[in-house]
Each structure stands twice: as C-alpha cells, then as structure tokens.
Ligand binder design. Structure first.
Ligand code: TYM
Length: 335
C-alpha cells in the first residue's frame, strides 16, 4: 500500500523491557532513533507483551517498563513530536497479532534464527518453551504494520524479523487487497551489531551471564570503566579498524558511534598509542554519554510525569492502531 497521509516517512521500533538495557540497545537502536527523530514521523514502543514470552516477575516487569520508557525520553526522544507508549496499553497489537497468526504459515516461523538459537540453548527443556516465544515475530509484525511504518530502525539481529513482516504484509495484500504498508529494515552501517566486551565473538546481549560482557545502561561508572579496561583485545600493537581483530574492532566501533569521528580520524588519534589509552578514552566517552542520561532518567522515574506521558502516548497510538486494525477487519469480513 502507498501511504499518502504524510510527506515524511514513518518509522516504528521497540525494545523489550526485560533483563536491563545495554549499550548495544542504545548504539544499535535508540541513539539512531534520537539522531533521526526530525527526519521521520516516529512511533516508539516499550514492547512488554514481547517480554512475557519468557517468565517475568510482575513487579520487576512494571519497573523495567518504566525504566525503558524513561531511558527513551532521557536519551532525547521528544514525546511532543514522537509517540512513546507501552505496547500492552494498546489492545490492537494483540488483536492484529491473532489475525496475522491465522495467515502466517508455521514454516515461516520455524526458519527464524533467533528462535532456533534460543530453542537450541534450552536443549532438553525445549518442550517447555512458550508458544509465545515461537510466535513472537508475528506479534512484532503486528506492531510494525499497525502504524503503516515504512522503515523499522533496528540492530542487525532483528533484520530477519522485519523481513518476515514484509512477507506477512505482502501475503495480506495479495489475499485481501492492498491494505498494509510493506516496511523495510533500517540498519546502521556502523554499530548495528555491538559485540560483547569479554567475548567479542558473541553479540552484546541481556541474556549473557559472562562477567563484563555487556555494559548495562544503568551500571555504576566504576563498573563500566572496569568492564572496558578488561575488554578482550589481542597482542598486536597498532590501533586500526581490522575485522580480523574482533575485540579491538568492537571497541573502535563503539568509539566511532559515540564520537561521530571518521575511521581515519580515530586511527590518527590513536597512532603510536596503546590499548590502555584507547580503553581510557573510550570509557570517558561512554560515561560522558551515559551519565547525563542516567541523571535525567532518575528524575523521570521519580515523577508521575512519566506515567502521564505514557498515557498520552498510548492515546495517540491507539487512534492510529485502531484505524489500521479496522481496515484489516473490514477487508477480512470481520466486524
Ligand atoms: P531487543 O529488545 O532484543 O533489542 C532492542 C533493539 O536493540 C538492538 N540490539 C542491538 N544492536 C546492536 N548491537 C547489539 N548487540 C544489540 N542487541 C540488541 C536490536 O536489534 C533492537 O533494535 N523483537 C525486538 C523488539 C520488537 C520490535 C518490534 C523491534 C518488538 N516489536 C517492532 C522493532 C519493531 C527485540 O527483541 O529487540
């Protein structure tokens, strides 16, 4: 479907409020949403229905949902021009999710590498994985399609899910007429796959228990500094962008996204210097970015303004989502 209601392209994206935000979420997704905020018309969601695909403590889930929302705003999303809301506050997500389930072949979901990886990690417990975890990409398709999003700014690991969303939208359009906008993933050239600091062969992730692997957005400055100073590198001397040296490459990539400098500028800056210099400069850059965001987050978390903003965001999101859901229902002979 071609959308003619606005001149600006529309974006939709979200983060799961489980396990705590990490630097990869910020650099691969949230920072880019903030940087491009004025280019697009944006809707950003805290996807709590996705978090419950694995068991969650209810009190912790509510707290983490508020933390992610506070982080979005503290990092620079402006709720006056960008819709920020919590997924479970808008019922059309689950409703369209069901409808899309009925047109999505199981085989498409069985091919999702993220599910295959998670299922493999469960080993003998595989039988106990929730149906929701298997079905999760259909809910994600519902999230995106409800807002007629043209672009979905995400990290590299979500690309396959956005491609599935395209397939689902195209199938609906083929079966019921041209009623859904077919979105594209928007993936940064730099920073779309931030790797772990301890094991740079694995992506930085919330579920990794390896000490020092992920930098938590709310970690204490001394812990952040320690994790960076201990990051795995190699025994070579030069500081250059070289994909064959994954530990160093990752540290330089993080620095590149934070500083906005070019690779040449960064290589010149560290010419003749050692890993200690690089790590100290990087730790300063991470803390210079995160500390003011953490301070703004704390004041938002202690104020009821946050809940008012989320209520208002859900009201605005609901208008758009209900309109799309009605369009789908009408086309399918429901309602
Ligand atoms: P989630 O919560 O795992 O991650 C949120 C965002 O952070 C990005 N990301 C990373 N980017 C760079 N390096 C990393 N190491 C790294 N780890 C995570 C992810 O790519 C993502 O952009 N299914 C989604 C949430 C979701 C969603 C949506 C996203 C639900 N509905 C609709 C977009 C549109 C997820 O689990 O992301």
């Amino acid at each position: 479907m071609t959308d003619t209601t606005t001149k600006r392209l529309k974006t939709f994206s979200g983060v799961k409020p489980s396990g705590g935000l990490h630097l990869g979420n910020y650099l691969g997704a949230i920072k880019r949403w903030v940087d491009d905020q004025d280019v697009y018309e944006n809707v950003f969601c805290i996807v709590d229905l996705h978090a419950i695909t694995v068991p969650q403590d209810p009190v912790a889930l509510r707290q983490q949902t508020r933390e992610v929302a506070a982080f979005y705003i503290a990092a620079g999303l402006n709720p006056a021009r960008t819709i920020v809301f919590v997924q479970s506050h808008v019922s059309a997500h689950a409703e369209l999710g069901w409808v899309l389930n009925c047109i999505t072949p199981m085989g498409w979901l069985e091919r999702m590498t993220q599910f295959k990886d998670k299922a493999a990690r469960e080993g003998d417990n595989r039988e106990r994985i929730s149906t929701g975890l298997f079905d999760y990409p259909v809910l994600m398709a519902s999230d995106i399609l409800l807002y007629d999003a043209n672009l979905v700014p995400v990290g590299d690991d979500q690309k396959q899910h956005v491609e599935l969303t395209r397939d689902i939208a195209e199938r609906v359009n083929r079966l019921y007429g041209d009623i859904l906008v077919v979105p594209k993933p928007l993936i940064a050239e730099t920073g779309a796959r931030i790797m772990g600091l301890a094991d740079p062969f694995k992506k930085m992730s919330k579920s990794d228990n390896l000490p020092g692997q992920a930098i938590g957005i709310f970690d204490k400055p001394e812990d952040i500094r320690k994790a960076i100073m201990r990051a795995t590198t190699d025994s070579e001397r030069t500081i250059v962008f070289d994909t064959n040296r994954p530990g160093l490459y990752n540290l330089l990539t993080i620095y590149q996204v934070l500083s906005g400098e070019t690779r040449e500028q960064i290589e010149t800056r560290f010419e003749g210097k050692g890993y200690g210099d690089l790590k100290r400069t990087l730790a300063d850059a991470v803390l210079d970015t995160l500390s003011p965001i953490q301070a703004r987050c704390n004041s938002l978390l202690n104020s009821s303004d946050l809940d008012d903003l989320l209520r208002d965001g859900a009201d605005r999101a609901r208008v758009i989502a209900d309109r799309t859901f009605n369009r789908v229902c009408t086309a399918m002979g429901l309602r």
